[in-house]
Design a protein around this ligand. Sequence first.
Ligand code: NAD
Length: 328
Amino acid sequence: MRRLRVACVGTGFIAGKHLQALSQMGDVEIVAVADTQPERAEEVATRYGARPHTDGATLLATEELDAVWLCVPPFAHGALEAAAIARGLPFFVEKPLALDLPTAQGIADQLAGTGLTTAVGYHWRHLDVVERAVELLAGRPAQLVTGYWWDKTPRVPWWPRRAYSGGQVIEQTTHLFDLARHLAGDVDTVTAAERAAADGAEDVPTAASSLLRFASGAVGSVSSARVLAGRHRVALHVVADGLVLEVSERGLTDHELLVGTERGTEVLRSEQDPIAAEDREFVDVLLGRTARTRVPYEEALRSHALACAADRSAREGTRVHLGEGGRR
Ligand SMILES: NC(=O)c1ccc[n+]([C@@H]2O[C@H](COP(=O)([O-])OP(=O)(O)OC[C@H]3O[C@@H](n4cnc5c(N)ncnc54)[C@H](O)[C@@H]3O)[C@@H](O)[C@H]2O)c1
């Protein structure tokens, strides 16, 4: 049986989840990993019997590969994708696509017309409970969408600096913007505000809130806060005629859908591993067993554009209009 030769650039937290999932697949061989921290690259390479690199560009220039996973922080996007595209190498990339919209738009422009298979780590879309939410909303469109990401400040060193992470809205709450689009369609306009951080070194706002108008006429709001001792709630509510849904995440493999109707409230739990599911789907597409990935780069770009619009509106104090197809 042909085994897909894959590599991973970045060997931190989320790369660990992908590599764990990929290492369980009999049709995949992890041949190389790269991290700018040499000891991390060495340790992970040893664990998976792969070759270590300290530079993603070298890995991409020298390894024989069928696909690459890009699991680097937001500030590190651009050159890696360009190298993969230049080689005609399919890639899976973690969200957010980049720190900002121009970098991601530039990558999308390079991808246009190449036919290259891509997938992006908006993993909520791989959940059975999200598929159920989509079914429940069929013929009963969303009227109100309201989400919240109220949590602690993540401990990775790059996160509290806007110049490295893009900020909470772009780095974290982006999952909720993506889910909002998935359940209620594209957004036309965003108006947002943020609370500045007191500590100048950690300049990611401590809280932010945005007001959304969807192309369908639905309205919504999404808020973010990073000042708690731990995760309080990461969830999205959708209200439709006679129906309320709440999709929430307690951890990467701990999700819930609450369904409220005239018959009462039902709770559906999911202990699926959506990271393994998105990796399986990407591998299946590359091996010709599935037609397409459910979140290719172009689709993820629309969610990224929405998060970037919320971020820009808050920074500039202006209403941001998203263009045709939810991009601007
Ligand atoms: N889908 C999800 O739910 C989810 C969860 C966690 C993280 N993420 C995303 O994954 C990305 C990484 O997050 P993380 O938590 O794994 O961070 P991390 O800090 O744990 O790991 C990132 C690794 O990338 C390395 N790195 C940085 N620049 C690099 C470069 N140019 N080339 C090679 N390696 C480089 C760092 O040394 C580090 O080891 C972020 O964009 C984050 O938003 C997604």
